[in-house]
Design a protein around this ligand. Sequence first.
Ligand SMILES: NC(=O)C1=CN([C@@H]2O[C@H](COP(=O)(O)OP(=O)(O)OC[C@H]3O[C@@H](n4cnc5c(N)ncnc54)[C@H](O)[C@@H]3O)[C@@H](O)[C@H]2O)[C@H](O)CC1
Ligand SMILES: [K+]
Length: 520
Amino acid sequence: MAIAPSERSAHLEQFVVTAKQMRAIESRVFQAGMPVAALMEKVAGLITQRLLEQWPDRTTGFGIIVGPGHNGGDALVVARELHFRGYGVKVLCPLLSKLKDLTDSHAHYAVSLGIPFVAATDDLADCDVLLDGLFGFGLTRSLTNDLAALVNTINQWSIPVISIDIASGLHTDTGEVLGTAVRASQTLCLGLWKRAFLQEVALDWLGEAELVDFGLPLADIQAVIGEPQEVRITDQAMIAALPLPRAANTHKYKQGHLLVIAGSQQYPGAAIMTALAARASGVGMLTVAVPATLQPLVSAQVPDALVLRLPENDAGVMTHLPDAVDGSRYTAIAFGPGVTPNAVDVARRVMESDRPLVIDADGLNILASDLGLDGLANRSDPAILTPHLGEFRRLFPDIDAGDRIEQVRTAAQRCGAIVLLKGARVAIADPQSGHVWLNPSSTSALARGGSGDILTGLLGGLLAQGTLRGTSPTTITQNAVWWHAQAGRYAARDRTELGVDAITLANTLIPALQWKLALP
Ligand SMILES: NC(=O)C1=CN([C@@H]2O[C@H](COP(=O)(O)OP(=O)(O)OC[C@H]3O[C@@H](n4cnc5c(N)ncnc54)[C@H](O)[C@@H]3O)[C@@H](O)[C@H]2O)[C@H](O)CC1
Ligand SMILES: [K+]
């Protein structure tokens, strides 16, 4: 049965593949009868179309860099099409004697058409645009010698580089640079998102990334991927997961009651920022527990929250949760921002509660240094840990094998909690299934103090609401990460990456949601 184009696109956007999976999908398509050369024509036609849209002026000169495999074949077909349309085209093919058959055929044809093949990298220095068809997902070894020199030279120029499928030199799965890699301004990822696009280490090389759908059948994709172990977070899935619409006859207690435990005399702002973000989540009831002396300050900033006064020591650190603070009254608890590493007794009580729990910042440091992780696996309700890389290393000092995606998966399985590893590409791992969700779209504007407190408050507020709606805790966690990133992007559009302080971010959560909901 045919599916609508928008539905197909939403499906495709969620898949993440390794080079091995991509090759297996491609083999099925070829075995079913699709000729390799026909697929290459189709792919190259779509790439050409993108280039024509971006550079409609036929005086644009293109430099086409061609490698030995089918990535180079794609590039040669594009060169031919640009040549036919009247653009100036020059080809640099450093491994001319090692071309795969199909690529070799296209090279011969290009020569017969009079397309110039140049010998030296510097012959491309006067081009307006470079097309990188050196290597795609077939790269197996590091770039060395002349190839490395070629790549390093073009990286020093200020000519825009469009990479076909992946920036040449990056490992398709881990995103690592193998020797050296092309610094693309834009990458046209073919067919399905390769794993490298979700790896932080690759981001500086990939530039703006776009998926080019060339019609791989969903049945073949699904047959190879099976139950996806790694999933890209998409707008469509996240909009569906929001606690919207609300039931017409709801009341505040049905919209969740979040308890935020945060702040100290040293870090009063952490409590305020966490509370402001929790409020923006739409949670029905918000209680904020802070060291007693902070209560007037927090109440003034978040007058709609109930502010509990906790006993504190001389340093303004909360000492314990009095019996009157009854965890069972709350739908969820968010603990940790600004509490200092000394709030150990409070952390212990929080861990003992049976509520869905977010643990962040100093809460994580207390787990690492005092309480350990053993209490997490036996909790009846989920715990979500939200470390940045430094906190992650302190919590899981012996997890260093593999890439970030593998590390976060191992961490979750080991401790029995959902682990959300912060960074430019947030990764969320489920302890039971080992599934990892990856957030593809964010902004460097979020690399800033206080941004984590906003995520914790937002996640806590969504956890309180989503728990009552029966949304799975991993979906709620994705929802918070996505919303937080979208708010950062939306705020940065107006204010640049420099202008997204934590309070602005909290205040942008609702406008950003309106922006996303209004998009088709
Ligand atoms: N996915 C699809 O359905 C389609 C993909 N297309 C394009 O084809 C490439 C993948 O092609 P492949 O030939 O398998 O690999 P590469 O082009 O990446 O090149 C592999 C080639 O290079 C040799 N090699 C590997 N590493 C090195 C090195 N460090 N130095 C020298 N040589 C190296 C290796 O031995 C191979 O010979 C994909 O990315 C798409 O662009 C199709 O065109 C359309 C369908
Ligand atoms: K490439």
